[in-house]
Design a protein around this ligand. Structure first.
Ligand SMILES: Cc1ncc(COP(=O)(O)O)c(C=O)c1O
Length: 498
């Protein structure tokens, strides 16, 4: 399909001038080859070992020590991608990828990202590309409805959403806003005085600790609250710790609850934690990095119970919503608190639209100044799948994970290590840490699936997360078959050495 890009205008022919740039015609030619290459990659992705087998330093050793003095043909580069780069790729988009949390992708997302690169806009201000800002605001409002988030997160209300690169950045922004609200914006002015304290659970993501360090609170002023037997934060201990800190003259400024912890997908009791924060005027952030996407389906929306108490919330379409990295949706109940925290307006950024107060300048909602047009890929994904399509695939992932959990329960050699509320199953062989470590290593070395581990109650625990875009029943069945085969081999060799 040819689009009438500039209707009626002929191509501009400029006089020939020496250039090293790629011409639009060459770009078109190479671009077609590259898109074909990516499509072929997806068609053959299952033929690669999921976890790269590259030894440390091997990829660098295969590259020339110095940059080329003269330009090289595009085909040579693509050839080198196959020969030198592919062996160093861990195939996150393989349907046999069950490690960490997914970082999934899809055709419409890749094309949206390509278009964003093609347009090449930098949307730091509304004025630097109005569509970049307005599409983002609009799509993030759509998501409020799609996930049934509280209405206060709508841009038409007191809050609004913004796309951050990652959940780590979203949590950092939330923490600095909480810090400023608690000190009436004095810490922005004079720095932190060592009295500010933040709280999260002992199972929260490491990004919260990083945020406490970056925001100047200091690691010692982040309280890691004990969890219950399901690895969820204990609100009674949180409340007690806050009171103790207050009595000691400290200033509690931020609490982060997790909806779907990284280790075990634990769901912190958001309503109870929220009430504690509301009563004490403490900024309450909810990190639903992967699991938030589940709320697309009404039957999983209970994970967001209590979100009405939240000052901020984030989830990552780049984990489970088929939108390639990077894309974190960050919502605020009161945008003014964040804008006042982050806004700095030098003369060279002043413009009429900003002065009018009628527009959003997202530079004030994030740490960096510049920003990519990320909303395009999210818009493409939502329009391609529709709500129905997204719900279908999320439901299917949860169903497959639950099936896998059922197989674990039925097999006497294995046990579940934690509840599996959604798409992550934490399990272990009853033979102990060494057996589980070898089981996982053997499976990963085999190349036909990739699993990672955690420790729960100090025991080595294998995690299997179903969330890659193209994972289907046959893949999960095969994973279970491979786990059983390797477990049988380990059992046999243990018997032979006994
Ligand atoms: C609960 C949780 N929060 C935050 C993060 C960090 O995500 P990001 O890479 O977007 O910063 C993760 C990553 O897995 C996570 O599981």
């Amino acid at each position: 399909m040819k689009l009438p890009l500039i209707p009626g205008n002929p191509r501009i022919n400029v006089p020939e001038e020496k250039t090293f740039h790629m011409s639009p015609d060459d770009f078109r030619r190479h671009g077609h080859v590259l898109v074909d290459w990516i499509a072929d990659y997806y068609a053959h992705i299952e033929s690669f070992p999921v976890l790269s087998r590259a030894e440390p330093g091997r990829i660098r050793a295969s590259l020339p020590p110095h940059a080329p003095a003269t330009g090289e043909p595009f085909n040579t580069m693509l050839h080198d991608v196959e020969k030198l780069i592919l062996p160093g790729i861990t195939h996150w988009q393989s349907p046999n990828f069950y490690a960490f949390f997914p970082c999934n992708s899809s055709g419409p997302a890749i094309l949206g990202d390509l278009l964003s690169s093609g347009l090449g806009v930098q949307g730091m201000l509304w004025a630097t590309s109005p569509a970049c800002t307005e599409l983002e605001t609009h799509v993030l409002d759509w998501l409020v409805h799609m996930l049934a988030l509280p209405e206060k997160f709508l841009s038409s209300n007191t809050g609004g959403g913004v796309i951050q690169d990652t959940a780590s950045s979203a949590s950092l922004c939330a923490l600095v806003a909480g810090r400023e609200r608690a000190t009436n914006f004095a810490s922005n002015q004079k720095g932190c005085d060592g009295r500010l304290v933040a709280y999260t659970s002992a199972q929260a993501h490491s990004s919260i600790e990083k945020a406490a360090k970056i925001a100047g609170l200091g690691r010692d002023n982040l309280r890691l609250i004990e969890v219950d037997k399901n690895f969820a934060m204990r609100p009674d201990i949180l409340a007690r710790q806050i009171e103790e800190d207050r009595r000691a003259g400290l200033l509690p400024c931020f609490v982060c609850a997790t909806v779907g912890t990284t280790s075990s997908n634990a769901l912190d009791p958001v309503p109870e934690i929220g009430r504690i924060c509301r009563e004490r005027g403490i900024w309450f952030h909810v990190d639903a990095a992967m699991s938030g996407t589940a709320a697309l389906c009404p039957e999983f929306r209970h994970i967001h119970d209590g979100l009405d108490y939240a000052d901020s919330y984030c989830f990552n379409p780049h984990k489970w919503m088929f939108t390639n990295f990077d894309c974190d949706c960050f919502y605020l109940a009161d945008r003014k608190a964040l804008i006042q925290t982050l806004s700095v307006l030098p003369e060279y950024l002043r413009n009429q639209a900003t002065e009018s107060g009628a527009v959003i300048d997202y530079r004030d909602w994030q740490i960096p100044l510049g920003r990519r047009f990320r909303a395009l890929k999210l818009w493409f994904v939502i329009r391609h799948y529709g709500v129905e399509g997204l719900q279908h695939h999320i439901r299917r992932h949860v169903e497959l994970a639950q099936k896998f959990a059922g197989w674990i329960i039925k097999d006497d050699r294995f046990e579940l290590a934690s509840p599996a509320p959604l798409n992550l199953v934490c399990f272990r062989h009853k033979g102990g840490d060494a057996v589980n470590q070898s089981l996982m290593n053997r499976l990963n070395a085999g190349g036909d699936l990739y699993l990672t581990h955690t420790k729960l109650n100090d025991k080595f625990t294998i995690r299997l997360c179903v969330g890659q875009t193209n994972t289907t029943e046959r893949h999960v069945e095969r994973a279970w078959q491979r786990i059983q085969e390797e477990a049988a081999r380990l059992d046999n060799s243990a018997r032979n050495t006994a």
